[in-house]
Design a protein around this ligand. Structure first.
Ligand code: ADE
Length: 316
């Protein structure tokens, strides 16, 4: 079966959601045309490990932010293992699993796209693998207010029960979405379960978005007014911006209050030792020890910088 990765065990790492840790055996050539076989990264969840589509995994306890990412390019998300986010995953604050959309196909070529109805250039992602992938990642959801996992009891999609607070948020990164801002990041950092559905080509069949809205709270979100080749880079940026706002992620939470976009202004410039470097001096007020003067200087810098670089952020 053509496959980029052939993971052999579930690899979600943290806390209650932890299952078998990956084995270390190198993979055999998968027979795909994508080059020599590579080892699956630690965070890639295989369909086998999950027990097949629809098989619920163990739930995530309150306090852990669960993030599922569905993509045809799981290797994009290797960066999740480094830096702060990697540490948060190890500590159990954040539980990220990446799922290969092609694991939810059933044909020999693991097809995920087809030509658009109505004609036009490019290809559109077919709904069937997306439906199965979303069912699988949403299947182990805790129902709001219930102490148990919903798993098999998850209601069939219907209009009887509309998703509401406490249900997972399904994010479709899209240049046609609403702009992603610091406020969006702060809002999503409050959620217990985020699912990122990363489209490629000309996008995902719109019925997938409609279907997702029967199982979770859908957000179509754009990283900015430009077009990327797919949702992966946008999802990665959003995951980083969101997870750093999760309580416990940043050692000194005060630093969050002072950075750009908190309070609607850009951040003031920062300096460290030495006080003079290559003939350039640190502004004397920062060496004065006068806290009120320093605070006033920083505020002026924020206003001046925002006015110069991002006047659109200031009130009329
Ligand atoms: N996919 C392609 N372009 C995008 C963008 N600007 N934001 C989010 N997802 C995208």
């Amino acid at each position: 079966m053509p496959s980029l990765w052939r993971p052999t065990a579930q690899i979600v790492e943290s806390g209650a959601y932890r299952a078998n840790v990956e084995d270390d055996t190198p993979l055999q050539d998968s027979g795909s045309d994508t080059g020599p076989a590579r080892r699956p990264p630690k965070w890639l969840v295989s369909a086998e490990a999950r027990g097949g589509a629809g098989c619920p995994g163990p739930g995530v306890y309150a306090g852990t932010v669960r993030i599922d990412i569905v993509t045809i390019f799981p290797e994009f998300f290797g960066v999740l293992d480094v830096s702060l986010l990697g540490k948060a995953r190890q500590s159990g604050l954040i539980d990220v699993a990446v799922h290969d959309l092609r694991d939810f196909t059933h044909d020999r070529h693991r097809t995920v796209d087809d030509t658009p109805y109505g004609g036009g250039p490019g290809m559109v992602m077919r709904p069937e693998p997306w439906g199965e992938a979303l069912d699988a990642v949403l299947a182990s959801e805790r129902m709001p207010g219930a102490g148990t996992l919903a798993s098999a009891a998850m209601p069939a999609p219907s209009h009887e029960r509309m998703p509401g607070a406490g249900d997972p948020v399904v994010v479709f990164p899209s240049p046609a979405g609403t702009p992603f801002t610091q406020a969006t990041a702060a809002e999503l950092a409050q959620e217990q379960h985020l699912v990122f559905a990363c489209g490629r080509y000309e996008g995902i069949d719109q019925r997938v978005v409609e279907y997702a809205a029967t199982r979770g709270r859908v957000r179509e979100i754009s990283l900015g007014d430009y077009v990327l080749n797919g949702g992966e880079v946008a999802a990665m940026a959003m995951v980083e911006a969101i997870t750093r706002l999760v309580p416990g992620m940043i050692g000194n939470p005060d630093s969050l209050d002072e950075e750009s976009h908190e309070g609607g202004l850009l951040e003031y410039p920062s300096y460290t030792k030495p006080a003079e470097w290559r003939g350039l001096e640190v502004p004397p007020v920062l060496l004065s020890g006068n806290h009120a003067a320093i605070a006033a200087w920083r505020r002026d810098q924020q206003l001046e910088r925002t006015r110069r670089v991002r006047p659109d952020l200031l009130p009329e």
